[in-house]
Design a protein around this ligand. Structure first.
Ligand code: GLN
Length: 483
């Protein structure tokens, strides 16, 4: 059995001829089968993946140049289009919908030799923090199946945690890559807004959404990022900024040490929040103290806006979602009711009521409300103003510091069913992660800690917009010193 450590050692084994892509795919397919109870994959593209592995092995045998991700086994969250394959956003409304093109990120993976092994379960339309909102059943945390994996990209996180693939692509609108990465003890990276094309990503909130990467190591996440990032004619919000060779820089630093950023800040209020688990607080504080001993500058700064983050996020994202999801009406896209209908409005109502789950309906209603004529200024405009303030404050912060840290989530993975009776209780899980999406900066969760209840938890690291390089260098250093 292949023990996957990282892409570079996997490539060494392929080149040495000790394994082949074909053997590796068979092993992963078997492993996925054995772990089917986790409900991580909604569909496994077994035949496709096997064929592709054979093609890739033939390429290597013919001495052809190999792609950066040659034979890398990737799972994709069920919100990413892959031409000719089903994609449902874990919703009944898109059940049996087949993608007619591939997302740019997926295409770029394929162009570098990756094998897409299947589509992964998630919260419906990426709305949720526990993966309990999927129309196809919850995902279970592989370390303790009575606990959630986090959400919304829960299936993608568990697939890495349980070694069901080498890399997963998820999406992160308010924490959906970092929060499940924290709960599952893996690396979860959300790049800057505009770093990766969103073409072919089913939209939740377009000014927040960003494709993210789950990996076993920071180095692997860096390699995948450099493959999928960059300008795209199909998405005008992607930056034309040059994409650095992140993985090469990191590779160089693995031999030297302490090359990355040194000035670290944290928001005082994130560590004094009453909802923060005392052990997460203690371990994070101790860790920050140890960084000072290692020569980093670590300073606490005041941040009076913490309590506005979650409300601002939910006003703006639901507003955008209500607009984005209007296309699923039974005519343009999605399930159409079989019931008797009276008129067009009735068709819309019945199709959407049958097709969408409770949480998605709740958010469409909330979003429509905050955009309605009488309340627009009180909610939507106000929230936009808060967002602007946050951006200004963030620019100021990164003119003085390189890195911002916080816990990723205030609690470790909770039990299935523990919070799904209360939307507001569930929203607390997002308190530390939504900030990066509100201001568009890159953020990563790195699995540094273990709670006394046996569950892992992470440290969230953030940097200035488009400074993924600094973010990855710093995170790589912390991960190296953990080993
Ligand atoms: N938990 C957050 C929400 O439900 C984040 C979701 C996400 O990032 N897609 O909106």
């Amino acid at each position: 059995m292949l023990r996957f450590n990282n892409i570079s050692s996997y490539h060494n084994s392929l080149l040495a001829g000790t394994i082949s892509c074909g053997q590796v795919i068979d092993q992963y397919l078997e492993q996925i089968n054995q772990q089917a109870h986790l409900n991580s994959f909604l569909e496994v593209f077994a035949d496709d993946a096997k064929l592709r592995a054979i093609e890739l092995d033939a390429l290597q045998a013919a001495g052809k140049p190999l792609g950066k991700l040659h034979g890398v086994v990737v799972g994709i969250k069920d919100v990413l289009c892959y031409d000719g394959h089903k994609v449902s956003a874990s919703s009944k409304i898109l059940e049996n919908y087949t993608a007619v093109y591939s997302a740019t990120a997926v295409q770029k993976l394929l162009d570098e030799g990756a094998i897409i092994i299947g589509r992964q379960n998630c919260d419906e339309f990426a709305m949720g923090s526990s993966n309990e909102n999927s129309a196809y059943g919850p995902v279970k945390n592989a370390l303790d199946t009575s606990r959630v994996p986090g959400g919304s990209s829960g299936g993608s996180a568990v697939a890495i945690q349980a070694n069901l693939c080498m890399i997963s692509l998820g999406s992160d609108t308010g924490g959906s890559v970092r929060q499940p990465a924290d709960f599952c003890g893996v690396v979860g990276l959300k790049p800057s807004y505009g770093r990766i094309s969103r073409y072919g990503l089913i939209a939740y909130a377009s000014s927040f959404d960003q494709i993210g990467i789950f990996a076993h190591t920071v180095q692997d996440a860096a390699l995948v990022l450099e493959v999928i990032a960059g300008e795209d004619n199909f998405d005008s919000t992607v930056s034309a900024k040059v994409v650095p060779s992140y993985s090469e820089v990191l590779q160089g630093e693995n031999s030297s040490s302490n090359m990355g950023p040194k000035k670290v800040a944290y928001f005082k209020e994130t560590l004094t929040h009453p909802g923060l688990d005392p052990e997460i607080k203690k371990q994070t504080e101790d860790y920050l103290a140890s960084l000072i001993k290692k020569g980093y500058t670590v300073e606490a700064i005041d941040f009076g806006l913490l309590r506005y983050l979650v409300p601002t996020y939910y006003v703006l994202t639901t507003a955008e979602a209500s607009s984005n999801l209007s296309r699923f009406d039974g005519i343009k896209f999605g399930h159409r009711t079989k019931d008797k209908i009276e008129d067009l409005t009735d068709l819309y109502k019945k199709s959407r009521t049958e097709g969408f789950g409770d949480e998605v309906q709740r958010r469409i209603l909330l979003g429509t409300f905050v955009l309605s004529a009488g309340y627009f200024d009180a909610y939507f405009t106000k929230a936009q103003q808060v967002r602007r303030k946050l951006v200004d404050l963030t620019n100021d912060l990164f003119s003085k510091y390189d890195i911002l840290v916080s816990p990723t989530v205030p609690s470790p993975a909770f039990k299935l069913g523990e919070h799904n009776h209360s939307a507001t209780e569930m929203f607390l899980a997002d308190i530390y992660t939504v900030y990066a999406n509100l201001v568009g900066i890159p953020a990563i969760s790195i699995p540094l800690f273990k709670h006394s209840n046996g569950m892992p938890f992470g440290l969230q690291v953030m940097s200035a917009s488009f400074n993924e390089l600094g973010l990855l260098q710093f995170s790589n250093e912390l991960m190296k010193s953990k080993q």
